[in-house]
Design a protein around this ligand. Structure first.
Ligand code: GLA
Length: 379
């Protein structure tokens, strides 16, 4: 059963009445531009049809009662007493905290959450959850919906409340995506350009089945290293550094700072080139840039893993594949491939088998369709 029906059904069973509202927030797959967002750089993600769904109804007080199909207990949040705790409810509390901090007076509600996005796999399950909760609050509390400022509030909640110093890519694509398009985002200005995905291309998510916790994996540490490298180079963000400047100052950057900066500077160049290739429908060129991106994330930035490398390697050598790379924060989770439409079905079987042979692990590959950003849906 699809997420929307599960959320509605579970709500009806729990409360004995139909929900009064339904919200959807999509996951995303990043095609290229990894670990560039928090360096003020460029990213090229696409929202996917797999989404977080929340069925809800308002309350007359300032209590929020949430049930997730993935967890046994309800989360109870008192908007007048937001205190830090542990577990998935922190995403909801963080969002409420950020929205009230921005001057909004929130109202209470009760809802049921169902998600079709694999968790902690690099497909932005957490930003989708946070944004879905924001949309509900906005609706219940009669607030206007402005995608870019709500994206910033979601980022703030994850940075300050949850403790992951994630960038702006995920909330911006989850709120602002157009169906059928990827979005080139300038993470300094938050401006996006929507680029049509050519109809002869399939985007395949290749989930290794391995999972990570971004904080424990070293995401925040990598971000700090990028900031140190920028400070040494006398700039605010690595976005302002060219390859020539980086080489001229190699001696000022001990390891791993030089390699980190090298990845970010080269990834920004690749992302702009890839956006240009996509606009021209040059899938071969786009795929080569994806392959280069993976090599840089593996060798310079150090955020790949053996299963991710194996998955990408099998994909890159399978007929019909233009290119493949890890997607999202890395360390575990999913990779993405650009594949010729007519080869996609066969590609999936060959890659799942090849990955199992190489690692003994059971991966899961599937085609994803591009979706529009978060929305309030008719019941
Ligand atoms: C995670 C973060 C994003 C981004 C990617 C890496 O998904 O949430 O902000 O930094 O990692 O590109």
């Amino acid at each position: 059963m699809a997420g929307r029906d599960r959320a509605t059904m579970l709500f009806t069973t729990k409360y004995g009445a139909r929900p009064t509202g339904l919200v959807r927030a999509p996951g995303r797959v990043n095609l290229i531009g990894e670990h560039t967002d928090y360096n003020g750089g460029y990213v090229l993600p696409m929202a996917i049809e797999r989404a977080v769904w929340i069925a809800f109804r308002p309350r007359s007080d300032r209590q929020v009662i949430l049930r997730s199909e993935a967890f046994v207990d309800d989360a109870r949040i008192d908007l007048d007493q937001l205190t830090r705790g542990e577990g998935w409810a922190e995403y909801a509390k963080g969002v409420a905290w950020a929205m009230e901090k921005a001057g909004n007076r929130l109202r209470g509600w009760e809802g049921v959450i169902a998600s079709d996005i694999a968790m902690a796999a690099g497909l932005s399950s957490s930003a989708a959850l946070g944004i879905a909760i924001e949309v509900v609050f906005a609706k219940i509390s009669d607030l206007g919906w402005d995608p870019a400022s709500f994206a910033q509030l979601q980022q703030l909640s994850e940075n300050e409340w949850v403790g992951v110093r994630s960038g702006i890519m995920d909330p911006l694509i989850v709120t602002g995506a157009h169906k059928g398009h990827a979005m080139l985002i300038d993470c300094l200005t938050f401006k996006g350009i929507h680029i049509l995905i050519p109809p002869e291309a399939s985007i395949v998510v290749m989930d290794t089945g391995t999972r990570r916790n971004l904080i424990e994996a070293g995401y925040n540490r990598r971000r700090s290293q990028c900031e140190t490298a920028a400070a040494r180079l006398g700039v605010t963000t690595l976005r302002d550094v060219t390859m020539t400047q980086l080489d001229d100052h190699k001696a000022d950057l001990e390891e791993p700072l030089y390699d980190c900066a090298m990845h970010v500077v080269s990834e920004n160049e690749r992302t702009l080139a890839a956006a240009d290739a996509l606009r021209r429908g040059s899938l071969g060129e786009f795929g080569s840039l994806m392959n280069e991106s993976h090599a840089s994330l593996r060798d310079s930035f150090g955020v790949s893993s053996r299963p991710l490398d194996a998955m990408v390697e099998v994909a890159q050598t399978t007929p019909g594949c233009f290119g493949a790379r890890l997607t999202g924060g890395g360390y575990a989770g999913a990779a993405v491939a650009l594949v010729a439409l007519e080869s996609a079905e066969r590609f999936i079987h060959v890659v799942e088998d090849g990955f199992h042979e190489a690692t003994g692990l059971q991966g899961h590959c599937y085609v994803v369709e591009s979706a529009r950003g978060a929305s309030f849906e008719p019941i």
